[in-house]
Design a protein around this ligand. Structure first.
Ligand SMILES: [Zn+2]
Length: 421
């Protein structure tokens, strides 16, 4: 009996010393903490998956803490990419979207490469919008269990589309027509365990830059109301102005792409505090890969370049009007790793680097209802911290170029370390 009690005590001590070892003291030359503060000679104390304290100068290091010296770098909060497609995996040989059919478990396994590339771009959280067969749900859960390494995921499962004939490959999604069918589809998506609902309010995607509205205002309104009734949020895709106008009027929580919006729609979006993700850079990425990777038909590049200009002009107008701008890469296939290039466009449209950084940290954290745990390096927040080369407040390329991302901590765990290179 006595020895059994001793073993219990020893076990308890062993467990508690493990907990102490999970304390980290991380030093940064400079820390942009996401709450508006910039600290020099910062020391961040991390305990398990959370930040315990943030201070500068001479700070008492808890005994037994692992000291990580990143004083050569600037620390920033883990970045949030609020529009991704993590299950769109490219093997480097086949033509994306025309790859051979794969079992969902195979895709989930392969998509870990995209997850790793996201982390290497400093992205510790994504909102993933549209995925087949619950693969995004499975990846989210595996990552939360600590069994798969990747960014924290908020997912939509299958996107909701209208029925329409398209050239192969068949679009991924639930086909729904009419108010009742849309409500049913929304409830199915949420019942499957999705965090968000994704709806396609217009045509357009990849080399297709058409902007025709698909769902009607009534259908969008039904989707928004059914989503909100179940305590979730909805993202509506619209390449064009018609779908965007009705999505905003219907009360969508976020609006994706939305080129050529009129002033009235922009004003309405500002009034309603609709989050706007222009996803400008993804078409630039398509242009760069049009011939070598995607084998788009002739004329596609010209159409994409024209769309980019209008997309940028619309986003600039919305920013100047006071819209809530959010960084979304729309990353697919070999676009993974380029997730934060969108920041360059945000600065180009007139944001300060600080404002642009907020569009990838505190603003999307609020959109995800995670403003008390994500988007800042602050006590009680998840210990999602990125060390970058350079000063992001002077030049955003310190964040937007993946080669400047040197070290990434996600929920207290080092997931990228390129400090010794
Ligand atoms: Zn997308």
């Amino acid at each position: 009996m006595r020895s059994a009690r001793l073993v219990t005590i020893l076990l308890f001590l062993a467990t508690s010393s493990t907990a102490v070892a999970a304390t980290k003291a991380i030093k940064f030359g400079k820390l942009v903490d996401g709450t508006g503060r910039v600290l020099t000679n910062a020391v961040v104390i991390v305990e398990d998956d959370r930040v315990r304290s943030v201070a500068s100068g001479n700070v008492a290091i808890p005994s037994g803490a692992e000291v990580i010296d990143l004083s050569r770098y600037t620390g920033i909060p883990g970045l949030i990419d609020a529009h991704t497609h993590i299950t769109y995996y490219w093997d480097g040989n086949t033509i994306p979207r025309y790859e051979p059919p794969r079992h969902p478990a195979v895709t989930a396994f392969l998509a870990q490469e995209n997850a790793q590339k996201a982390l290497e771009a400093g992205v510790t959280t994504i909102r993933n919008l549209n995925s087949l067969d619950g693969i995004d749900l499975a990846m989210r859960d595996l990552i939360n269990m600590g069994k798969m390494i990747g960014p924290r995921m908020f997912v939509s499962g299958l996107g909701i589309r209208i029925t329409r004939s398209t050239a192969p490959p068949a679009p991924i999604g639930i086909m729904a027509d009419g108010v009742d069918a849309v409500i049913h589809a929304v409830r199915q998506v949420i019942a499957s365990g999705a965090d968000w609902v994704k709806m396609y309010g217009s045509t357009g995607g990849f080399d297709d830059v058409t902007q025709a509205q698909t769902f009607t205002y009534e259908e969008m309104k039904a989707a928004v109301d059914a989503t909100h009734a179940l305590g979730k949020k909805i993202a509506i895709h619209s390449y064009g102005p018609g779908g965007a106008r009705d999505a905003v009027r219907a009360g969508t929580d976020s609006l994706e792409h939305a080129t050529d919006m009129d002033d009235q729609t922009i004003a309405e979006m500002v009034k309603r505090k609709t989050y706007y993700l222009p996803t400008i850079d993804h078409n630039q990425y398509y242009v760069e890969n049009a011939d070598t990777v995607y084998h788009f038909p002739p004329g596609a590049k010209e159409r994409l370049l024209d769309y980019i200009q209008r997309n940028f002009a619309t986003a600039k107008k919305a920013f100047q009007a006071g819209a809530h701008m959010i960084v979304g890469s729309d990353a697919v296939y070999n676009g993974w790793g380029l997730n934060m290039r969108e920041l360059d466009w945000f600065v180009k449209m007139g944001m300060t680097p600080e404002q642009a950084l907020k569009a990838a940290t505190t603003e999307p954290a609020a959109m995800l209802d995670m403003e008390k745990s994500l988007g800042a390096v602050a006590p009680g927040f998840y210990a999602d911290i990125v060390a970058v080369e350079g000063d992001p407040l002077a030049n955003i390329t310190a964040v937007s170029r993946r080669e400047n991302i040197r070290w990434v901590l996600k929920a207290g765990r080092v997931v990228v370390d390129k400090t010794t290179r």
